[in-house]
Design a protein around this ligand. Structure first.
Ligand code: GLN
Length: 500
């Protein structure tokens, strides 16, 4: 029997077999959202009409015997960073309130072409800056495992929607960890594909050389299936890679790691990592060894500087990217009463429209790029980036994939890091290197931490355009852990629909 707790791949099979319709599946998910989203607040906008229209269209095509894409008819939650034609798109910011894009992002076009039903837009840190969703201008999302805890960020809405069974598939974006860290703290799966593997056209830019859209789901296979829908060359994105998409679905089904070398990164564990996170990480390594993989220990010394370099490069690029929010073209406009100059209106709009974290980063980036400081800050950060790439190249000579815990801690309390941006930034210590080097990386659940019973994440990084390798390792580890646990990790999360 298919329920909202089924895997997306099972839903897809039932849809193909005609034992369930997309309309009924879509309605079941809207019912669950109605029950639990008051508490979780994963969604910023629900597109009842648009979703049901898409579902009806897929059902009709199926009745007509048309050949459909494997995930046709399965519902999905879309991070509000993606432009979707005619649908409110805020990027978690007040400045974009009321904006309805006149076009679809390439990711959205591909989802629609595949018959995937878009339920609505999910909450996020403003302009994807943050690790907790607390920087959203529209309120915080709550972690379904414990509503007093953060769901990670910036894509906390997408991951919380998966963990609360509001959607079986979701889209995230990852500039420094925003797909993987939310996956880790919600007990779900999230993948940042190789940079250039998925089009950025229509993805509202934060830091263009780091931003990458990717698939999120509750299993490695579901994530792989969604990956194949959204990936591939796009001439509208000049950084899109014109090569065949790695065969990630096949890799996810392999369930074999014999002969693969797993590189454990020395710099991404130890100090600052919670004991329970490290315990589950080490047990997962044992599972991989039992499955026939070989562990090798690698050192990537420049990883110690990745976070510092990221917090110069990302703000620098954002200070330039966010200059387009000038009150003239999109969203809100403040103070335009006929007495003020365009510059004054821009000032007032940006003052009212951007939140504190976005302002902090624009100021930091503008400073780092200013003449006299450019070489010392931005230039040095770019040099660190080169060193990181060299560290990865050397490590991938010794290992097929590299692994670490995804996030140093489990979900922290909402409000805990309110006055401490530096503590917030440390969440991405293990995820940032992959963005800086443009390689692919995945997080999947590795169990619950001893201290607090909250999910921990296992992080797998694979060389550029070898995304299949992380799916192969992730799929094998997931199967081993599943047989050890006897049930998916999410079956241990509280059922939020019971008392609603
Ligand atoms: N937490 C990191 C930041 O705030 C990463 C965000 C992201 O990946 N979008 O920049």
């Amino acid at each position: 029997m298919i329920t909202i707790r089924s895997d997306a791949s099972e839903m897809a099979e039932a849809l193909a077999a005609g034992t369930i319709t997309s309309v009924s599946l879509t309605e079941q998910h809207f019912e669950q959202i109605a029950k639990v989203d008051g508490a979780v607040h994963a969604f910023l906008f629900l597109d009842h009409e648009g979703a049901l229209e898409q579902a009806r269209a897929v059902d009709a095509k199926r009745v007509n015997g048309e050949t459909l894409s494997p995930l046709a008819g399965v519902p999905l939650a879309l991070k509000d960073v993606m432009a979707q034609k005619g649908v409110p798109t805020t990027c978690g910011s007040k400045i974009l309130e009321g904006w309805r894009p006149p076009y679809d992002a390439t990711v959205v076009t591909r989802l629609k072409d595949a018959g995937i039903v878009i339920l609505g837009k999910t909450n996020m840190d403003e302009f994807a800056m943050g690790s907790s969703t607390e920087n959203s201008a529209y309120g915080t999302t709550h972690n379904p495992w414990d509503l007093t805890k953060i769901p990670g960020g910036s894509g906390g809405g997408s991951s919380a929607a998966l963990a609360a069974f509001e959607a079986p598939l979701a889209i995230g974006t990852d500039t420094g960890g925003s797909i993987r860290q939310p996956a880790a703290v919600t007990g779900t799966v999230g993948v940042k594909p190789t940079y250039g593997g998925v089009s950025r056209y229509g993805l509202i830019a934060f830091s263009s050389s780091l931003d990458q859209a990717g698939p999120c789901a509750r299993t490695v296979l579901d994530t792989a299936m969604l990956h194949e829908v959204i990936a591939g060359h796009d001439e509208r994105d000049s950084t899109s890679i014109n090569l065949p998409v790695p065969q990630v679905v096949k890799a996810a089904k392999k369930l074999d790691v014999k002969g693969l070398k797993i590189g454990v990164v020395k710099e991404l564990q130890g100090e600052g990592f919670q004991d329970g996170v490290l315990n589950r990480f080490n047990e997962a390594l044992d599972e991989l060894v039992n499955a026939g993989a070989e562990l090798v220990h690698v050192s990537c010394p420049s990883f110690d500087y990745a976070l510092a370099a990221y917090y110069l490069i990302a703000p620098s690029e954002c200070s330039s990217n966010l200059a387009r929010f000038d009150s003239m073209r999109y969203g809100i406009r403040i103070g335009d009463d006929g007495t003020r100059s365009a510059e004054e209106v821009m000032n007032m709009t940006r003052h009212a429209g951007f939140g504190p974290e976005v302002k902090r980063r624009i100021i930091l980036g503008t400073y780092a790029l200013s003449s006299g400081y450019y070489d010392a800050y931005y230039g040095s950060a770019q040099k660190v980036r080169t060193l990181l790439i060299q560290d990865f190249s050397a490590a991938f000579l010794k290992a097929d994939v590299l692994v670490s815990p995804t996030s140093p801690t489990t979900a922290f309390a909402i409000g805990q890091n309110d006055n401490n941006p530096l503590a917030m930034y440390l969440n991405d210590i293990a995820t940032i290197p992959a963005n800086m080097a443009g390689i692919g990386a995945m997080s999947l659940p590795s169990g619950l931490a001893d201290e607090d019973g909250l999910p921990t994440g296992f992080h797998i990084m694979s060389p550029a355009m070898k995304d299949d390798l992380m799916y192969q390792v992730g799929g094998t580890l997931e199967a081993a852990l599943l047989s050890k646990w006897g049930a998916p990790l999410l079956s241990k999360a509280p059922d939020l629909a019971v008392n609603s």
